[in-house]
Design a protein around this ligand. Sequence first.
Ligand code: PLP
Length: 456
Amino acid sequence: MTSTTPGASVAPAPRAHLASVPVYIPGRSAAEAMAEHGIKEAVKLASNEVPFGPLPGVAEALASAVSDTARYADHDSDVLAERYAGELGLTRAHVAVGPGSVGLLQQLTLAYAGPDDDVLYPWPSFIAYPQFSGVVAANRVVVPLRRCSIDVDAVLTAITPQTRIVFIANPNNPISGALRTDDLRRLLDGAPADCLVVIDEAYREFVTGADVGDALQHLAEFPNLVVLRTLSKAYGMAGLRVGFLIADPVVVAAVYATMIPFAVNGPAQAAAMVALDQQAEVRRRCAVIIEERQRGAQELRRRGLGVPDSQGNFWWLPAGDRSTEITVALEQRGVVVRPFPTGIRVTVGLPAENAAFLSALDGVLADDPTRTGSWTLPTGARAQRTADLLDRIRPRLSRTSADARAADRVAARLAELGDDDWALLEAGVGPFGDLAETAEWMASSAGDPGVHVGGE
Ligand SMILES: Cc1ncc(COP(=O)(O)O)c(C=O)c1O
């Protein structure tokens, strides 16, 4: 019974449905890890930030904007929105600026979904999707990933007349794969016009796959398409909170309607204007991360550890139910990573930070080699077979594929094969009859691990 006694000693209860809403848990800081484990140094590779200082001009823009902080800033970030829209060849009405792309995700959810509506997203994915759809008391409809990939057919099948929003992170987080161009198109073609399809491209600048879908290409054709971008990742401004939502003007107006006043502060707006001038430097920094991402993936695979291909600034270690234990052991050795129920996400850092991670991982696995036992991807003998197979097919791959990373891609595809498909491969059955041809297929977009090859 609700108490009406003045001064009752219990605080009022929040709305009941909030009890089942997942709360955002930030990655641990290096300082927290150092204090807990009594260590003198730690690197944080837990929040998908970039490891660089501010872009040129950003610190100066912040310093100069500070003199104006007694005043409210531009509520709608008009100048910034206009500038960003211009860069995309769109009008101001197509862009909303918000406090990080996650702020815009929340505003969008408030504007479009409520009790009795369905909000749908593949899983595992970004925690903000269940959080915000839970806050508005919408039904959360989850479509499991299939072999680390978004299963577009399953997503389309799960859409009902009640579905108001589909959230897709592309590349996905924490599992690092990306949606192919034809899958993105199929999703947009198949989704009903009254259901928003939100393509969250927080990691777009790190994409190297030629066949990864680019949502902005489809904007003119689909008024229900919403694209999210951010300055938090590649632009190194996570602490300043600036994100962009690009959509039909009707959607943009609705998103502004649910924004708290002056959500993006003046120094952040000023810094964003300067950061957008630094495209060449952003590309240079991303190239460093991308090279480290490829190098680190090779290093992990060389150790017999399967990691899926990554299109973001992070690796996914499918450590299964040993994830928390391995995370703690890494922390004790000074490397802070992010555990999830089925794996560990490790942000790609500077070369020295990545070397520290690999060396810590070596120590953790040397202490207890069974820690890789539950990884769903190949280890031990299967990893050795993969290495042998790659050695055999490499000459043919380099003759037939112009792409120097073809062998890497095959390694990633092989790593993602389930046990049944692996057995078929060993037996030379089906598409695996001719190993070299199979490898070429795997190196091409058709070899996406989301394409099932074993006859399930
Ligand atoms: C998929 C995805 N979307 C959005 C965000 C949030 O970015 P922002 O800092 O712009 O709010 C993240 C952050 O980790 C993310 O992984």
